[in-house]
Each structure stands twice: as structure tokens, then as C-alpha cells.
Design a protein around this ligand. Sequence first.
Ligand code: NAP
Length: 295
Amino acid sequence: MRVGFVGLGAMGAHMARNLHKAGLLATVWNRTAEKARMLGTELAIPASTSLAELAGQVDAVVSCVSADADVLEVTAALAPSLAAGALVIDCSTIAADTARRAADLLRSTGAAFLDCPVSGGVEGARDATLAIMCGGDPQAFERARPVLAAMGRTVTLFGPVGNGQAAKATNQIMCAGIIEAVAEAMAFARAQGLPLEKLIETLGKGAGSSWYFVHRAPNMVQGSYPAGFRVRLHAKDLSICRDMAARFGVSLPVVERMLGEYAELIARGHGDEDISATFRLKAELFTQHDGASRD
Ligand code: NAP
């Protein structure tokens, strides 16, 4: 299996390196060509100069780009040059409906589309321990297995195209509630004057712990929020969750609250920071009431 990788961002560059380690990576492409040239040099593989060039050389394409319009744009550009029987494995987080539209773009080519969004953060991408949630034809999924296994530890097919994204949307709602709770708790702990590093070590082993607490509470202690999972990308995911819930006439409180907080962070110029930057707003709750608490 010869694989081409499209989208060498915070996640994609690591995922491409793991495909290389597994002996599967044939070529890479990135919209900002310099990133593809640099990774090509690092891995001693050619960087493609266009999506058509990449599509013409491989049996499978893995894409990991930002949002819905980007996936449609990339898939449309790949389509004319894909071999019949080729696979497009899209690991971006997008709406389930968009995944179905991307699959439609390939229908006349004989290539198959799988939506395979991932969870596990940049660390999971680096360590090839991602959880990968898939939707698509079962036979195409079986062919994609070695590619997916090179990037993740838990790989599950949830049904037809779109169902991987529905599973991912479920995950994003949980992430919203958890990062909010972690930020609020850390702001509270700081206001209590607790030694925060010790707190992370101890509570990290307690019942209230989570991946976000262990891996992102340290950002809150240091006041530094490198991406990570960018605020603007989680806001994009939560807008998808909002639309999916709205079809049932439902507004989800956790989703609405975090969309509000992210809008505030983006307005203040923090959209490219990790979502642990939510701590900025939670910490302000205490500084605003600082005077009152000392009275
Ligand atoms: P990122 O660092 O912002 O990288 C985005 C990548 O997509 C870049 O390579 C960018 O190219 C490319 N891109 C964007 N629009 C494009 C277009 N129209 N055509 C071609 N390429 C395009 O984002 P990321 O954190 O890697 O996230 C990528 C996807 O994974 C997103 O859907 C995100 O929601 C999802 N995800 C992220 C995480 C996380 O922790 N970061 C976790 C799970 C899932 P340029 O270099 O030219 O900008």
C-alpha cells in the first residue's frame, strides 16, 4: 500500500511520520508547500507539488485539514487523478453531512471515502495512540486497516460514511465539559493558594481526573497555551454539534456555554491557543472578586 498524506499541521505531520515508520508513506502535500518540502527532506521522500500529482501516485490518501470546506476542496482536487479502488481516508473533524458530500464527490471515480476523525490530541498523533472513529463501506475499511493501525491504537467502524463524524461529535461534547471543569477547578485551586503542581500529581490519580486534567492543567499553571488543540478548531467542532442537536430541536447547555467562552477568547486574539486557554476566563472570575474575598 502506497500512501500520500495531505495536511501537515499540528496533527498531520506526526501522523505522516508514523505512516513513514510503518513503511507506508510514499509522498506528502501541504497547502503551504514549505512544510511539505521540510517533511519530505526529513523523511527522505518526495513532496508532491499538487494534489493531482499526489493522487496519481498512491493507493490511499490520508487527509487531515482544518474544516468542512477544506475537505471538500481537497477531495474535489484529488478525485480526477485517483485510481479506481483507491481510498481517501479523511481524518479531519467535519460535519457528518459534509463527509457524505465528500463521499459523493468520489462516487463516479471508483475510489472509496472513509471518514476517520481522530481523538487523542497532538500527543496521540505523535505516539500513534489515537482513537480513530470511522464511517464507510466495511470492505474499504478493512483495506484501510493497516494505514489506520499505523496512526492509532483504537480503530472502530461505526457504520456508513458520516458515522465516524457522529462519534467524534459525541467526543467533542465531552471534551467541552471536561476542559471547562478543569479550568474552573484550577482557577478555584489557585485562588485557595494550593500548590498547583502537587495538586495535579495527586488529583491526576483521583476519580475526577481526565486526560485534559493530566495533560493540560500544567498549561494553566504555566500561563502558556501552545497548540495543542486550537480554540478556533474546537469552536468549529462545537458548531457542528450545535447543528446536529438542533435537528432534534435541542440546544445543549455545555455546547452553548463553551461556544460563548470560545467566542470571547477568539475576540481577544486567543483563537490559535490550546483550549486550555479557557483558564484565562475562569481565572478572571476570581480576580474580579478578589477585593470582595479579602473583606
Ligand atoms: P492545524 O495545525 O491548523 O493544520 C491544518 C492543516 O490543514 C494545515 O496543514 C493546513 O495547511 C491544512 N489546510 C487547511 N485548509 C486547507 C485547504 N483549504 N486546502 C489544503 N490544506 C488545508 O490543525 P490540526 O490541529 O492539525 O487539526 C487538523 C484537523 O484535525 C482539524 O479538523 C481538527 O479539528 C482535527 N483534530 C485536531 C486535534 C488537535 O488536538 N489538534 C485533535 C483531534 C482532531 P497550511 O499549512 O497551508 O495552513
